[in-house]
Ligand binder design. Structure first.
Ligand SMILES: *[C@@H]1O[C@H](CO)[C@@H](O)[C@H](O)[C@H]1NC(C)=O
Ligand SMILES: *[C@@H]1O[C@H](CO)[C@@H](O)[C@H](O)[C@H]1NC(C)=O
Ligand SMILES: *[C@@H]1O[C@H](CO)[C@@H](O)[C@H](O)[C@H]1NC(C)=O
Ligand SMILES: *[C@@H]1O[C@H](CO)[C@@H](O)[C@H](O)[C@H]1NC(C)=O
Ligand SMILES: *[C@@H]1O[C@H](CO)[C@@H](O)[C@H](O)[C@H]1NC(C)=O
Ligand SMILES: *[C@@H]1O[C@H](CO)[C@@H](O)[C@H](O)[C@H]1NC(C)=O
Ligand SMILES: *[C@@H]1O[C@H](CO)[C@@H](O)[C@H](O)[C@H]1NC(C)=O
Ligand SMILES: *[C@@H]1O[C@H](CO)[C@@H](O)[C@H](O)[C@H]1NC(C)=O
Ligand SMILES: *[C@@H]1O[C@H](CO)[C@@H](O)[C@H](O)[C@H]1NC(C)=O
Ligand SMILES: *[C@@H]1O[C@H](CO)[C@@H](O)[C@H](O)[C@H]1NC(C)=O
Ligand SMILES: *[C@@H]1O[C@H](CO)[C@@H](O)[C@H](O)[C@H]1NC(C)=O
Ligand SMILES: *[C@@H]1O[C@H](CO)[C@@H](O)[C@H](O)[C@H]1NC(C)=O
Length: 784
């Protein structure tokens, strides 16, 4: 224990002073009670990734957040009066107590409800000494479970001297029934330890401390609205109506975030209540709780956790005084990097390019007029059209030639279903078997995170995600929006003056030899008709997996040719790069072809991005999504941290392809995205170092119980890169002569996510990782 504390202390010392933020020097006023920046309160330290209130969680919260971060601890007590930091009264799922002390479980009535399980109050501190923490949230890594990390006594957390310390006392009357006086306990601790805030949902407890604490602020915590406050027997909802009387015993309130922005049954946000304004009028600070990057919040936020924080502090009416969160780095980033930047312009427009993926397909059904308009409104530099052909030769935009999965085609045109192995193994209803007027009758189907994301996470994340509902996207607008023709798309992009367009061409060889359709001619004609070949103001990117398709456009030098490499690859040897350079100026790679992700943790860089840049080939990366299930663990479920890692050195990619352009542009508008090493940033967002987290963990701790990594991704060969010329256009339906035009292996869709999760941020985070390694060393002596 002593060695451990020493290391943590050293660590905090070494990062202290490296922190960057001046607490009072914001360039804009905050609508908080004090006018100062809102505070970040780390619930149980960095509990979104590490075990609650463990040294690791607390140290990581301190090293990865604003420098005035407050460490929050929820008090539980042993039979002999030792206090512990643990939010759950019942230890059944959050510790291994059932193995260590397999005595009969107990049953108590807590706040009027019966509860069965293991309670700290039934054991002495000696008995609890060998109990260690377990991860109980399915969406968080459980690799720390095997490290026998003990539950943390309150004094030890306080002794590590975090910048701020908050003690929450949620079960005062429960402990009183067990002859334990939590108010006395707090007064005792205060004799030796600074506590900045003490909170409780019980009025009696707070009143008993009133006048007995000097520098500590007392905060009244509201539980859910219908719950009953034990001292007064009133519901929390009714207590909210008399804020003046709360001011008599507390200097602030801690409320569920829904008290401020209510969420309706459909999971959409309602307009804000007047709570923050009312409380500020009474001189009460307002802190909001239950923020986490891996909770499904309102659809209004489009799964971007920073959008949620901004709603509470950058809404022109009020700002909360602080956030209680499991992911303090994301809250810090929202406060220091993103707030008050909605109207800022990009540091360098178009570097890197923000390229939409079927428009803003995270917000509206992909490839529709609404999705394209949203992408433009969200500041995308380049909007994309994946060209498909109707039977009667109309070129239009749609992610896939198979319309069955994204539209209601199955219901209307079941008889046209076909199996076409050259295109996909599953049966589908293909655009080239329907006329354009038939296609226009189809409605788009409900959007969700592609279900192929979920199996990838299954091995690490148990039931709730594998069997639970998919993560829907903006379901209120599920069938809104129309598919657009390529000609309409081109006209729209000219009207909107977007920086560029990306035209993606698939199945050209199949369409030519089997359906008598030339998609390359259709594209070339449409571009020429719209004069894209005779201008240089708007970039034109032509993308295909088929080198023959790209070669068809070699006559127009101003078009940038992008080779799509749909399958995950681990290397592209020099010979293949040289070959590729003959017909393409850019590649579009999967995220995992740049940073490998064998098991939801990143493992290593492939070096492909660097190699491409050496050869002057631009690198675009597909596909970034906000949903935490598609983000490796290393990025702490933070889509901006993942984007920053690819955008900053050493990868410095030239474009990011995303379902959510607004998240990428929010990051790129922020002063925190400035890559100039000479510029002193208030709060740098450090890129993650591939593999740093998992290496430091397994290097010391041995087996982490990770699922076996999938077979390594193949190397791209020259033969994979170069395809035979396109066949002549003919109506023959014989499939024997179709050149397999593209990828060597049956490639997974380019937008399929990498199979796993990762770790974290470099510099600061590196230190964090080294800290973990050190901690692991010192923990090896502990037996659990
Ligand atoms: C910040 O400003 C407030 C008043 O605006 C002042 O009381 C406080 O001491 C300042 N803090 C720091 C760290 O400068
Ligand atoms: C704080 O703000 C003042 C006035 O805006 C400025 O002169 C000073 O340089 C700032 N200090 C830091 C450390 O940024
Ligand atoms: C513990 O986990 C089980 C299974 O997931 C769940 O049914 C139970 O409600 C949990 N208990 C507590 C106290 O969270
Ligand atoms: C804790 O574990 C150690 C080592 O296994 C053992 O000697 C000790 O008796 C245990 N303590 C309790 C209270 O179980
Ligand atoms: C609270 O209500 C319960 C029954 O609903 C009653 O037994 C109890 O005496 C009440 N306590 C107070 C403090 O009013
Ligand atoms: C949330 O989204 C819904 C649906 O688009 C919209 O009606 C509502 O105004 C939004 N709420 C807020 C607070 O912006
Ligand atoms: C941002 O722009 C909008 C629309 O142009 C404007 O209404 C708003 O006042 C601007 N906000 C700031 C902080 O400048
Ligand atoms: C999306 O849905 C919301 C809520 O029903 C509605 O207010 C909004 O108008 C819809 N947007 C479009 C473009 O239909
Ligand atoms: C050619 O462009 C005009 C508008 O400039 C458009 O109305 C027409 O549909 C286009 N024709 C084709 C074949 O794309
Ligand atoms: C890359 O481009 C730069 C400048 O355009 C040129 O100096 C360099 O030789 C090029 N390198 C390769 C490998 O083509
Ligand atoms: C296949 O196509 C090639 C040219 O595209 C042609 O030379 C060859 O005769 C065709 N074979 C058959 C069996 O149709
Ligand atoms: C293919 O067949 C259609 C009618 O079946 C015809 O209109 C078209 O001209 C043919 N295309 C070619 C290239 O033979």
């Amino acid at each position: 224990m002593i060695a451990r504390l020493f290391l943590v202390f050293l660590f905090i010392q070494s990062t202290y002073g490296k922190k960057h933020t001046t607490i009072n020097n914001s360039s804009h006023p905050w609508l908080t009670l004090s006018g100062q920046r809102p505070v970040v309160i780390a619930r149980g330290g960095y509990s979104g990734v590490f075990l609650e209130s463990s040294d690791m969680a607390n140290s990581m919260a301190v090293s990865m957040s604003l420098d005035d971060v407050i460490i929050y601890c929820s008090l539980q007590m042993s039979k002999d009066g030792q206090g512990y930091c643990l939010s759950n009264l019942n230890l059944a799922n959050t510790t291994n107590i059932a193995n260590i002390l397999p005595d009969a479980q107990k049953s108590y009535v807590v706040d009027g409800q019966p509860m069965q399980g293991y309670f700290a109050v039934d054991y002495t501190a000696d008995q609890l000494y060998n109990v260690s923490l377990l991860q109980s949230e399915f969406s968080r890594p459980d690799v720390f479970d095997s490290m026998c990390i003990p539950i943390s006594p309150v004094e030890e957390v306080a002794k590590s001297k975090p910048p701020g310390f908050w003690l929450n006392v949620p079960y005062s009357s429960f402990y009183a029934q067990h002859k334990l006086d939590t108010a006395l306990y707090v007064q005792d601790i205060l004799k030796t330890t600074a506590i900045n805030y003490v909170s409780s949902p019980e009025i009696g407890f707070l009143k008993s401390l009133n006048g007995k604490v000097k520098t500590t602020q007392l905060i009244f915590m509201f539980n859910e609205a219908t719950a009953v406050e034990p001292t007064t027997n009133q519901t929390y909802a009714s207590l909210l109506e008399d804020l003046a009387s709360i001011k008599l015993f507390a200097s602030g309130i801690l409320v569920p975030k829904e008290y401020i922005f209510p969420i309706n049954d459909q999971l959409y946000l309602e307009p804000p209540t007047t709570l923050v304004l009312d409380a500020h009028k009474q001189g009460l600070k307002v802190f909001a709780y239950s923020f986490a990057n891996d909770y499904v919040a309102s659809y209004n936020y489009s799964y971007d956790p920073t959008a949620e924080y901004l709603q509470f502090i950058d809404n022109s009416q009020f700002a909360v005084d602080g956030f209680l969160t499991d992911f303090p780095s994301t809250a810090s980033e929202a406060i220091e990097c993103l707030a008050y930047n909605k109207n800022a312009s990009r540091l360098v427009k178009g570097k890197p390019l923000v390229i939409s993926h079927n428009g803003a397909s995270g917000v509206y059904p992909g490839s529709t007029d609404l999705a394209y308009q949203q992408a433009v409104d969200d500041g995308a530099d380049v909007i994309d059209c994946s060209v498909q052909m109707s039977k009667d030769g109309v070129a239009f935009c749609s992610d896939s030639a198979d319309l069955a999965s994204a539209t209601t085609a199955m219901a209307t045109f079941l008889s046209r279903a076909a199996t076409i192995p050259e295109i996909q193994s599953a049966k589908g209803i293909f655009s080239f078997d329907l006329s354009w007027s038939e296609i226009q009758t189809l409605q788009r189907k409900l959007l969700k995170t592609s279900s192929n994301l979920v199996p990838n996470i299954k091995s690490l994340i148990a039931s709730p995600f594998s069997n639970g509902p998919d993560m829907l996207r903006n379901p209120a607008n599920k069938s809104k929006g129309k598919l657009v023709t390529l000609a309409d798309f081109l006209e729209f992009s000219q009207q909107e003056k977007v920086l560029g367009i990306l035209i993606s061409i698939k199945n050209a060889a199949y369409l030519a030899s089997n359906k008598g359709l030339s998609v390359t001619d259709a594209v070339a004609t449409a571009l020429t008709n719209a004069s894209f070949d005779k201008q240089s103001t708007q970039k034109v990117l032509i993308q295909s997996e088929d080198s023959a398709v790209l070669s068809k456009f070699s006559n127009v030098l101003s078009y940038e040719k992008v080779l799509l490499i749909e399958e995950e690859v681990s290397d592209i040897p020099k010979a293949a790069v040289d070959e590729l350079k003959k017909f393409a100026g850019a590649v579009n790679l999967r995220r995992a072809s740049i940073i490998q992700v064998p098991n939801f943790f990143t493992s290593a860089s492939t070096g492909i991005a660097e190699k491409m840049h050496e050869a002057n080939i631009s690198v675009y990366v597909s596909v970034f999504r906000n949903e935490f299930v598609s983000i490796p663990f290393d990025y702490f479920s933070d889509p901006i941290l993942e984007l920053a890692t690819y955008i900053l050195a050493p990868f410095g990619v030239d474009g990011v392809v995303t379902d959510y352009p607004s998240t990428a542009t929010a990051y790129l508008r922020s002063p925190c995205s400035n890559p100039d090493p000479n510029v002193q940033l208030d709060y740098p967002i450090y890129p993650v170092q591939p593999g740093a987290m998992i290496k430091s963990l397994s290097g010391v701790g041995g087996s982490l119980g990770l699922p076996p990594a999938a077979a390594p991704a193949p190397t791209l060969t020259v033969a994979d890169v170069v395809d035979p010329p396109l066949p002549p256009v003919s109506n023959s339906s014989s499939t024997t002569n179709v050149s397999a035009s593209t990828t060597p292996n049956a490639a997974p869709a380019a937008d399929a996510p990498p199979p796993s999760k990762n770790s974290e941020t470099s510099n600061v985070a590196n230190m964090g990782v080294n800290l973990i390694a050190l901690l692991v060393v010192s923990l090896l002596s502990v037996v659990c």
